[in-house]
Design a protein around this ligand. Structure first.
Ligand code: PMP
Length: 349
């Protein structure tokens, strides 16, 4: 397989000149800044938010790179993973001409972004055990397919997708292969980030919204070759992460051990919740999980969900989703929350 990024990008994106400013050279340095029409005084609440933030978030990337085992230039940070998802579609897919391949049931945002950008999708469902139908995928690819989206651990099923299947697609497909690892910290296998130097068409997405407990900050990570990261930097809104977000994230990166401990606690809770749910007569099946949620099958999922809502417990109805018929997706909560959930389900008449 020969990968040529220039064949994957939309032609006008190739020729775009990135936004730049003389300020780029002065990030973090002293100077008199009269170039960006900012207010020279500190903000109305007395804090130092009057200056635009570093558009490339270098301080964060320098700190994050060794944690992730990549180079700072292989990192793009976005306003949630949803931002790089949308940028990737816009960079590669000419509306109504190019296509992307999805494997339902999967994370909904790939389809949302396809719809917003008027990009048709090819769907090759996962197998009943939520693994890639590799022959089906390879047969469905066309010269117009620009991106294959793989979610691993998969949302909403919770399982890891087999590595060999991902590697086969990486080796065969001449477009981009996105491996969305939003839940990788909860998984029993390592990330694909360590494969970046082996596959120029690989893109790995991760997020600070799950294991790091920072969903409110809206922080997504995208790891790829320097060439792909350059393209994302070229087309992103200039200051896509606020200064406040950057400051909070820089502080949070000091707490890797705390994050790891939280993950351990959630994993222990997940297994306890699995055991307790499995003991309930109304639970038909609980799927294997490498993430912080469980896909649980009930006789009447809709009735169970309505009952839970009446008790102020909100879970995600996946009962109409392909291969998830009759299932609810349940996030692992605190010990107290999980206990209340199980007790409430136990009282379901
Ligand atoms: N990918 C997957 C698989 C997800 O489940 C989610 C959130 N539910 C995201 C990405 C989005 O994460 P973020 O909060 O970073 O936009």
């Amino acid at each position: 397989m020969t990968f040529d990024l220039t064949k994957i990008l939309r032609p006008h994106i190739l020729n775009l000149v990135p936004y730049s400013s003389a300020r780029d050279e002065y990030t973090g340095k002293e100077g008199i800044f009269l170039d960006a029409n900012e207010n020279p005084y500190q903000s109305v609440n007395g804090q130092h938010w009057n200056r635009y933030p570093d558009p490339y978030q270098w301080a964060i990337k320098e700190k994050l790179a060794p944690i992730k085992g990549v180079r700072p230039t292989q990192i793009f940070l976005g306003n949630g993973s949803d931002e790089p998802i949308d940028l990737l579609v816009r960079a590669t897919c000419t509306p109504r001409e190019d296509t992307m391949l999805l494997m339902p049931p999967t994370y909904g945002m790939y389809q949302v972004s396809a719809d917003i950008n008027d990009v048709p999708v090819i769907k090759v469902p996962l197998t009943p055990d939520f693994q890639i139908d590799t022959p089906g995928v390879l047969a469905a690819l066309t010269p117009h397919t620009k991106i294959v989206w793989i979610c691993s651990p998969n949302n909403p099923s919770g399982n890891l997708v087999r590595r060999e299947a991902i590697v086969e697609i990486l080796n065969t497909f001449e477009g981009l292969v996105v491996v969305d690892e939003a839940y990788i910290d909860f998984a029993s296998e390592p990330s694909f980030t360590q494969e970046l130097d082996n596959y120029p068409n690989l893109i790995v997405l991760q997020t600070f919204s799950k294991a790091w407990g920072l969903a409110s900050l809206r922080l997504g990570m995208c790891f790829a070759s320097e060439a792909i990261i350059k393209v994302l930097n070229k087309i992103k809104p200039p200051y896509n992460l606020s200064g406040a977000t950057q400051q909070l994230l820089l502080e949070a990166l000091d707490y890797v051990e705390t994050k790891n401990q939280l993950v351990k606690d959630i994993l222990a809770e997940r297994e306890q919740l699995r055991t307790n749910l499995a003991a309930l007569p109304l639970v038909k099946r609980i799927y294997p999980s490498d993430s912080n949620f469980l896909l649980v099958e009930f006789d009447d999922a809709y009735a169970v969900m309505q009952y839970l809502i009446d008790q102020k417990i909100i879970v995600r109805d996946r009962s109409k989703v392909i291969l998830c018929e009759g299932c609810l997706r349940i996030t692992v909560g605190t010990l107290e929350e999980n206990t209340t959930l199980v007790q409430t389900l136990n009282a379901f008449a």
